[in-house]
Design a protein around this ligand. Structure first.
Ligand code: ASP
Ligand code: MG
Length: 418
């Protein structure tokens, strides 16, 4: 018998019929002798609808009140799912985030979990109940309702699994696992049976939207065995089959990780980026700070940064930001930074994409970067920027090459073969 936390995304609970299917699936695990805690999201589209309502009243909604509104979607799901379980003869009980409680900081709309009081859940499990807990929401020290940021119920589920020391956190979603790349770009993309948490973190940071990045951080920090699997299969699929489906996030110290692993696990593309170049700045101490300090102060996240070799004491500095932040960053640089650093110009480039290859095997294999660059060169794709981590190489290219770059890299690293 195991203790399992199961998270179901918005699509999986999108209609009454789907909620019934979730209940059938949960009841099946319970009947197999497991203790089950379920964390559903709001019904598909519901959180968007609630936020839109708030914006109709207040174009820039008050963050505290926005969380009061946005958190209600999950409350509906937990009640409905508990009822659906009862209809199947399963004892079930629902709790909101503040009833549990999920204590968070006070950063409305993007709060972080501080602690979880899991006593009540344990007591209910002992009584034979399935416990249904609202994802995405918590409460701060002062008793204010908070939410964890879009996609936050992944994090609720993994954090709860950590607090309960669950045997597995199962994230049911509308894809059946983590793929070597986006199957819409490469039809031969393959589902990975396992991925290390480090790889998953890198994939999430470069545009893979399977899990909220914070949930991956939690899984890593507390070593929560987390599995991404499909909620679209037959809900009565045998438990043994379902238990082995999807993609399991593993940790390097796991024994089966010692087996030969592919050098590269995945290729990811991210299009919602933009590049900023500050031209001809004096190459002297303090310049990078003078440029990037105000950007950080404005809470604009910077990703790839490149400073060119200087000529005659002058250099160019380029970096990427989220495309949505481009206008704000340009305005700030032109109005507040340019007058002080005497650069020649500040330009923005919207049509870029970031292409990354990720893999633990990179650490022990030389020549991976060279192979990536050769593959792109053979297609005439110009690399505008490069950045690396221990297990990731990212290049910035013209957006129009996104699909091509992903396809040729997927092929070059033989990701279609197991
Ligand atoms: N309902 C929230 C959202 O749509 C949280 C979640 O689905 O994970 O962002
Ligand atoms: Mg989600």
């Amino acid at each position: 018998m195991a203790l399992i936390v199961q998270k179901f995304g918005g699509t999986s609970v999108g209609t009454v019929e789907r909620i019934r299917n979730v209940a059938r699936r949960v009841a099946k695990w319970k009947a197999a002798g497991h203790d089950v805690v379920v964390v559903p999201s709001a019904m598909a589209g519901e959180t968007n609808r609630l936020i839109a309502l708030a914006k109709e009243i207040q174009p820039n909604p008050d963050p505290r009140e926005l969380d009061v509104v946005a958190s209600t979607g999950e409350q509906v799901s937990i009640g409905l799912l508990s009822m659906a379980l009862m209809e199947l003869g399963v004892r079930a009980k629902s709790y909101t985030g503040w009833q549990v409680k999920f204590l968070t900081d006070s950063a409305y709309t993007r709060a972080r979990i501080v602690s979880i009081d899991e006593e009540r859940i344990r007591a209910d499990l002992k009584q034979g109940c399935v416990v249904v807990v609202a994802g995405f929401q918590g409460v701060d020290q002062a008793g204010n309702i908070t939410t964890l940021g879009r996609g936050g119920s992944d994090t609720s589920a993994v954090a709860l699994a950590a607090a309960l020391k669950a045997d597995e956190c199962q994230i049911y979603t509308d894809v059946d696992g983590v793929y070597t790349t986006d199957p819409r770009i490469v039809p031969g993309a393959r589902r990975l049976r396992t991925i290390t948490f480090e790889e998953m973190l890198e994939m999430a940071s470069v545009g893979s939207k399977v899990l909220q990045i914070r949930s991956v951080e939690f899984a890593g920090k507390y070593r929560v065995p987390t599995r991404v699997l499909s909620s679209l299969t037959d809900p009565l699929l045998p438990v043994e089959t379902e238990a082995r489906s999807g993609t399991l996030i593993t940790f390097e110290e796991d024994p089966h990780m010692a087996m030969e692993k592919a050098v590269i696990s995945g290729v990811a593309a991210q299009r919602d980026e933009a590049k900023i170049t500050v031209h001809s700045v004096p190459d002297k101490p303090g310049i990078a700070y003078a440029i990037l300090g105000p950007i950080a102060d404005a809470h604009i996240e910077v990703d790839v940064i490149v400073q060119n070799v200087s000529h005659d004491g002058m250099t160019d500095l380029s970096f990427t930001v989220a495309r949505a932040d481009l206008a704000k960053a340009l305005k700030l640089l032109r109005e507040q930074v340019q007058p002080h650093i005497q650069c020649r110009d500040v330009t923005g480039e919207e049509r870029i994409a970031k292409i990354s290859i990720v893999g633990m095997g990179m650490r022990s294999h030389a020549g991976i970067a060279a192979k990536m660059f050769r593959t792109l060169a053979e297609e005439g794709i110009n690399i505008e920027m490069i950045s690396t981590s221990e297990i990731k190489i990212t290049v910035v290219v013209d957006e129009k090459y996104t699909e091509l770059a992903v396809r040729v890299l997927h092929k070059a690293f033989e990701l279609e073969q197991e």
